[in-house]
Ligand binder design. Sequence first.
Ligand SMILES: Nc1ncnc2c1ncn2[C@@H]1O[C@H](COP(=O)(O)OP(=O)(O)OP(=O)(O)O)[C@@H](O)[C@H]1O
Length: 252
Amino acid sequence: MTSSILTTENVKLYYGDKEALHDINLSFPEKGITALIGPSGSGKSTYIRAINRMHDLTDGVTVTGNFMFKGKNIYAPTTDTVALRKEIGMVFQQPNPFPFSVYDNVAFGLRIAGEKNKAVIDEKVEKALKQAAVWDEVKDVLNKSALSLSGGQQQRVSIARTLAVSPDILLLDEPTSALDPVSSHKIEETLMNIRNDYTIIIVTHNMSQASRISDRTAFFMDGNLIEISPTKELFTEPKEQATQDYISGRFG
Ligand SMILES: Nc1ncnc2c1ncn2[C@@H]1O[C@H](COP(=O)(O)OP(=O)(O)OP(=O)(O)O)[C@@H](O)[C@H]1O
């Protein structure tokens, strides 16, 4: 059996009094892509944001359950959340480069981590931009503002910024839903290129995207994990009627 890099058990999450996640049990093997699908409001974003403690930044949110990452309790009081978010990086729906140059965006996390050697930073910036499949498009404009790039390029620079600090896990929350089809395709290619190097968890509304790129797919509904299966199986022989109804377009 493959060992899990991340295990989440009996996860509940409350916004105020409202229970938005009901007892989620989900583990992730090292490397590969897991897609989370489900109707709007089913709890997909809420769940992945719990993994790197993004909810700590919002008042009134209570998280219970066990989150174990490489044998450590994510919610232990001693966890350094800045360090945690380097190991478990996140890319959002809207590309969100800082208003700095392309180079400085990708170098940002390295500098925060104390790296001062220019040659090392140069090398890591280039590697991350190559991994994110945007190097060829930006290598001659590294000193220009990242905000001058197209949305699709900005999103790949955001991915490069996250990869530059060598995370173990990459969380992506609908990373292509604000992009045109060509840019979306490039992001998908990027994820396929790095699937053997990182553990990737992607929330997507796009079922064909999930079936194209992921190894496993989890179906969420109303704050419940309905089923998790190898992707091909989930889309051809789902175990649950609710999954069947959703993938055949009967609701959501
Ligand atoms: N900050 C918040 N305060 C209160 N309720 C919230 C908050 N964020 C989300 N919710 C509620 O939690 C539930 C799950 O929302 P969530 O955004 O996780 O779903 P989702 O599956 O990611 O949806 P979508 O696909 O539309 O992004 C919904 O009922 C939503 O209204």
